[in-house]
Design a protein around this ligand. Structure first.
Ligand SMILES: [Zn+2]
Length: 312
């Protein structure tokens, strides 16, 4: 067979293509790969394979028509036995489609295309879906790593200063871009030494705060509210408070001023912290130690500003 994309060639190309997609996905989910291999390499491999598919498809279009449409083509008739094959039917033998003369088998021809072409079409859709996920879901999460070192240092210095105001002493807030100490798998957005000087936040939290404080982008209400609450939470640990529920209660209150210092209006910052307090019970269902105590209310024992009518 001399078609430009013969069966085995097609199969090899499809396997390579699937391998390239797997490589691209692995790059995003395996930290060691990300550090060792620049992103353009898996992208380039995938792009080269897609180009190969495209060129092969174009060549096939210019080739003799025997490979197109529903079999049998003129070439197939010559190859496989002549005129009695003009009305063949397709039967399945051990998982393979086989054309046999109509006299032998009376079943009507199938309507579907032969499987390789059908699967190849789904593969194209799958590859596009993977690229879409990479571009619209995974790449935006790389926000913190997308910042240059000066911007990262500037943000960390700002967050350290703000946390230090709450903690009452100088502290160092770092954004753990390597994911070694703080990772999404731990369901923790940050950690801090109780009464100490060091705190770590996830890159996603840091990036949201960077966008707010440096770029003036308020972002999504829930994400920004969460990021402010997390920074305030770690700051209260640094101040010396250990109890997670009490820390949350204080953090939601400090978060109003913190939010304003990072660029929000007082009204927005207060609404965000009220939302965080309102969602606390739901969040604490999975982690009861984070539930704020009953005294966390306006005029309650944990009210940091009893003279104010607003809470938090
Ligand atoms: Zn905590």
């Amino acid at each position: 067979m001399l078609t430009p994309m013969s069966g085995s060639h097609l199969l090899t190309a499809r396997r390579l293509r699937l391998a390239a997609v797997a490589l691209l996905l692995a790059w995003f989910f395996v930290g060691e790969l990300r550090r060792a291999v620049p992103i353009w390499i898996p992208f380039l491999v995938l792009a080269a394979l897609e180009l190969n598919f495209l060129v092969a498809g174009l060549r096939e279009r210019g080739a003799p028509r025997r490979a197109r449409g529903r079999p049998p083509q003129a070439g197939d008739i010559e190859d496989f036995g002549g005129e009695e094959w003009l009305e063949p039917v397709l039967v399945e033998v051990a998982g393979h489609d086989v054309w046999v003369p109509a006299e032998v088998e009376e079943r009507p021809p199938r309507e579907e295309e032969p499987p390789p072409r059908r699967f190849a079409r789904y593969e194209g859709v799958a590859v596009l879906a993977v690229l879409a996920v990479v571009l619209f879901v995974l790449l935006p999460d790389r926000g913190w790593r997308g910042l240059d070192e000066a911007a990262q240092a500037r943000t960390e210095a700002l967050l350290s200063a703000e946390a230090g105001r709450i903690a009452g002493h100088a502290v160092s807030v770092r954004c753990d871009a390597e994911g070694e100490a703080v990772g999404v798998v731990q369901h923790a957005d940050g950690i801090a030494e109780v009464g100490g000087t060091n705190a770590l936040l996830t890159p996603a939290i840091c990036f949201r705060l960077h966008r707010l404080a440096i770029d003036g982008d308020e972002g999504s209400f829930a994400q920004t509210a969460r990021a402010i609450a997390v920074l305030a939470h770690e700051a209260w640990h640094l101040r010396g408070e250990r109890d997670e529920g009490v820390v949350n209660c204080y953090a939601f209150q400090s978060g109003v001023e913190l939010g304003q210092r990072l660029g929000l209006s007082e009204g927005t910052a207060a609404r965000m912290m009220r939302q965080q307090l309102a969602e606390n019970a739901t969040f604490a269902r999975q982690a009861p130690e984070y539930l704020v105590p009953a005294e966390c209310r306006n005029g309650g024992r944990l009210d940091l500003n009893p003279s104010s009518e607003r809470f938090p």
